[in-house]
Design a protein around this ligand. Sequence first.
Ligand SMILES: [Zn+2]
Length: 395
Amino acid sequence: MRFALLLFLLSIVTPCVYTQPYIPGQSYFGTNNYTEYVAGNMPVILSAPHGGLLSPAAIPDRNCSGCSTVNDFNTQELGRALAGALHERTGCWPHLVINRLHRRKLDANRDLPDAADGNPVAGQAWADFHNFLGYAKNDVSLQFGKGFYVDIHGHGHSIQRLELGYLLYSDELRLPDDTLNTPVFTGYSSIRNLSENNLQSLTHAELLRGSQSLGELLADRGYPATPSQSDPAPDAGEDYFSGGYNTARYSSYNGGSIDGVQIECNRTGIRDSLSQVERFADTLAVALLDYLGRHYFGGLAASFCGISDAAQSGVSWTCDVSPNPFCRSFQIRHSDSTADWTAGVYNFYGELVQFVPVSAGISVQITPPPGGPVFVVLRRNGEIMAVKTLLSACR
Ligand SMILES: [Zn+2]
């Protein structure tokens, strides 16, 4: 626990100078450009395994028995739009991994034999796809200690709703909440870690289909989803995808503290046109940030990479939070008389403990409740300008 705490702190103390081999927001490619990785700096990992458009003749079509070769229309586009929407909302980039090969050539949501059907070129693309995802998972674990993975798909089922796959079958989702809260079911859930450790101590069932479940946060915003509070489980006989290879491999089902979900998107109203894709991507970004705030990071959820883009472009004001480390109290000061500034002070668990306006040229003294480090989020006209981590230590 102490080690995880230290790692989490280090990540926040130096949010913008952490050195990694990839620059957030930039694309990197695997062999033959069949795999694309857009590097990230926030605790969200996205993948689009079935949205590829490339069909090189050098790779024969997969014809393994029972293997699907049908693409998920507009899901690569949705992955890119979602990454862009998250960036627009936070100034940070999620990790995004795209399989650019058509599903006829590679299924990046299967184990290798079915994925590449024995072709070594497709097999290399499969390895690249999973190496990038493995890197992203490791990076998020090191930087943030926890995080959330979304595997993006599209379904052709008749009921136009989002199907959220937590690795629980539809007949299992129809079980009572108390049953779903037993270790048998939390033990193979893709949100196993979250069910054991979330900010409000919600149960597994509440996280799956309560008022603060991802499904309900989406349904509330106009995109019906199951499971959710309003649609707790698919009825018997209704089609439903419960999550696949990637969800199992990269979520806490497989251990660790990164949870995940497979989002199977219906077509009507979401994937028919690129304008629908953009609109849904923005809503999904807002819902995901809401979800991360409620269950993982509290008020820090919109400030993962420290400083917004606006703050990095040329400005004439200065701001200062000191001393660091502090003993009992610290001061906040800025020089900008053209805008309204506020400071939010958060404890280690991301809970807001103090919120104060800060006028230009006046030092505001803050005495947070004793114990542990605090995070100070400075906002200018509501927009995050800086996030400072202050260590508490008295000499
Ligand atoms: Zn799919």
